[in-house]
Design a protein around this ligand. Sequence first.
Ligand SMILES: Nc1ncnc2c1ncn2[C@@H]1O[C@H](COP(=O)(O)OP(=O)(O)O)[C@@H](O)[C@H]1O
Ligand SMILES: [Mg+2]
Length: 233
Amino acid sequence: MASLGKLSAGVAHQLNNPLGGITLYTKLMLEDYDLEDNAREDLYRILNDAQRCRDTVKELLEFSRQTRQFMRPLSINKAIERTLFLIENQTLFHNIQVKKKMAPFIPLVMADAQQMGHVFMNIIINAAQAMDGQGSITITTRESAAKDRVIIEIADTGPGISSDNLSHIFEPFFTTKQEGQGTGLGLSVVYGIVENHGGTIKARSVLGRGSTFTIELPITQETEKGAEHAEHA
Ligand SMILES: Nc1ncnc2c1ncn2[C@@H]1O[C@H](COP(=O)(O)OP(=O)(O)O)[C@@H](O)[C@H]1O
Ligand SMILES: [Mg+2]
C-alpha cells in the first residue's frame, strides 16, 4: 500500500501541470477566437475530458495522502452524524431512508476524523449510487463482545455485489460503473485508511438483497478531554 501510495502521488503530480495547461489553453481558444460551432463543441469536449482527468487525479492524491494522519480519540457516532449532515441535502439522497441504530454509549477509537469521515462518505455514497437513489441504508454501531473494538455496519437494500466482483471491490481502479461515473479508487482508499487505523473492513452481499460493509476499529482508553490537553501541550 505504501509504494502504491507513492506511485499514485507521483502520477497525480506529473499529470496535474499538463492538465492545467490543457484546460487553460482550451479556455483561451474559446475566448479569443471567433470559432465555428463545430470547433467550439470539440473544445468543450476537451474541457470535459480534462475535468474527468482532474477528478481522477484528485482521487489519486486522496489515495496517496492516507499516511498523513492526525490521530485523536474520536466518537464514531459523532463522525457518522457529521457525514450524514454533509450528505442529507444532496439530491441523490432525497428518496433514501437512512436508519440509524447506533449504540448510545460507545467507547472512543483513535482516529483521524477527516479520514474516518472520508471512509463513511465513500461507503454511503456507493450505497446510494448502487440503489439508484431509492431504498434504505442502515447504519449500526456497537461494541464487540470482547469489548476491545467498535463495530460499524453500513447496509443497503441495493442490487448487491456478485461473488466474482466481491473479491475485487477493494482493489484500486476496480469499478463496474460507466466511464466517467467511477474511478474505482473509492474503496481502495477506504481500505487503506481502515488498515492504517489498525482496523478491518469486510463486505458481504446477497445478489438482489443488498450489501453490508463491516468495519472494526480498536477501542482506545484515552478520553476526548485528554486529547484536548495533549493538543494544547
Ligand atoms: N453498496 C454497494 N452495492 C453494490 N456495489 C457496490 C457497493 N459498493 C461498492 N460496490 C461495487 O464496488 C465497486 C468499486 O467501488 P469504488 O472503489 O467506490 O469505486 P467506484 O465507486 O468509483 O466504482 C463499484 O463500482 C461497485 O461495483
Ligand atoms: Mg465509489
